[in-house]
Design a protein around this ligand. Structure first.
Ligand code: NAI
Length: 302
């Protein structure tokens, strides 16, 4: 076992079940002291239970160290208190896995705006709350590993999940800027894009497929993103033992010139969408530099 979390303190949100539980067990197995956070609500985020306590017991039974936290990631004050408690007990916080999540699926036509807001609140604001609560500690330590959780719905879409998809891709935007702000202090920020059989997905797939999608098959990807040698700004997708990377890319484009009209864009749309020229940019300024470089060239029109 080469990757070790000995001496590291990790917080995993939403770790009372599903993927978060698997992540917490894996980090603890490799030596991390783990805060198991979970509100213990139902799939839509309502209700409350002691789900986190059972996972703490599992970690302790396996010889690991853990503490439970039953607060909601949407409660910034509580997340600050949770972080302070971990720091006071164990001396720091080195790893944050922003995993807590809920679903309120409906076609956009039928969706209440309140259900849109609640989903964004748990996934996006919840991740921002927890990250804000650990940020100064990680900066002062000059060490931090933060993982946010995106999804195929965020990256590519899924009918009935406009709220969830918007919330999940927003975390990639969060990561893209945070990786720049953390770079100087050795804080690495990455995104996991899992597929796993949990209560979130159990109704969607037949049992034989669910058997191939154990949450334990995603944990190695999260452990890697939480490790000393983690990359930064990467979207790692993981399911069933298959691991891949996803990226936002942009084509090189076409310089149509200042007089270009909507009709000219229609006429050149194929070239504009020439994906063989596509690149990923490490930050927004690199896209701006592309525009300024392309504008030096002779325009295609007039
Ligand atoms: P899950 O429902 O089993 O686990 C989510 C956990 O988050 C639950 O234990 C729940 O109590 C907890 N939680 C919900 N709201 C909370 C809050 N406000 N504060 C603290 N804890 C809260 O679902 P699963 O599948 O394990 O999902 C984990 C993460 O992975 C979520 O962010 C989900 O969106 C994401 N994801 C899951 C996929 C899958 O195939 N299962 C696919 C893509 C993303």
């Amino acid at each position: 076992m080469t990757i070790s979390f000995e001496g590291r303190v990790a917080i995993v949100t939403g770790a009372g079940g599903g993927l978060g539980r698997a992540y917490a067990l894996e980090l603890a197995r490799r030596g991390a002291k783990v805060v198991v956070n979970d509100l213990g609500g139902s799939r839509d985020g309502t209700g409350h239970s002691d789900a986190a306590l059972a996972v703490v017991a599992e970690i302790e039974a396996a010889g690991g160290t853990a503490m439970s936290d039953g607060g909601s990631v949407t409660d910034f004050g509580h997340m600050q208190a949770m972080v302070e408690k971990a720091k006071a007990a164990w001396g720091g916080v080195h790893i944050l896995i922003n995993n807590a999540g809920i679903l309120r699926d409906k076609s956009f036509a039928k969706m209440e705006i309140g259900d849109f807001r609640t989903v964004v609140d748990v996934h996006l604001i919840g991740s921002a709350n927890c990250t804000k609560a650990v940020w100064e500690i990680m900066k002062a330590q000059a060490y931090g590993r933060i993982v946010v959780t995106t999804s195929s719905t965020g990256l590519y879409g899924n009918f009935g999940q406009t709220n969830y998809g918007a919330a999940k891709l927003s975390l990639v935007g969060f990561m893209n800027s945070l990786k720049l702000e953390g770079a100087r202090d050795n804080i690495k920020v990455n995104a996991i894009c899992p597929v796993a059989a949990t209560r979130m997905t159990e109704a969607l797939m037949p049992p034989a497929i669910l058997e191939m999608l154990k949450p334990e098959f995603v944990s190695p990807a999260v452990a890697y993103l939480a490790s000393d040698d983690a990359p930064t700004g990467v979207i790692l997708t993981a399911a069933a033992g298959v691991y891949a990377a996803a990226q936002l890319v942009e084509t090189d484009g076409v310089n149509l010139g200042h007089g270009a009209t909507a009709d000219d864009i229609a006429a050149h749309f194929g070239e504009i969408c020439d994906w063989t020229t596509a690149k990923h940019y490490g930050q927004g300024g690199e896209q701006n530099a592309k525009f300024l470089a392309r504008v030096q060239e002779k325009p295609v029109l007039g």
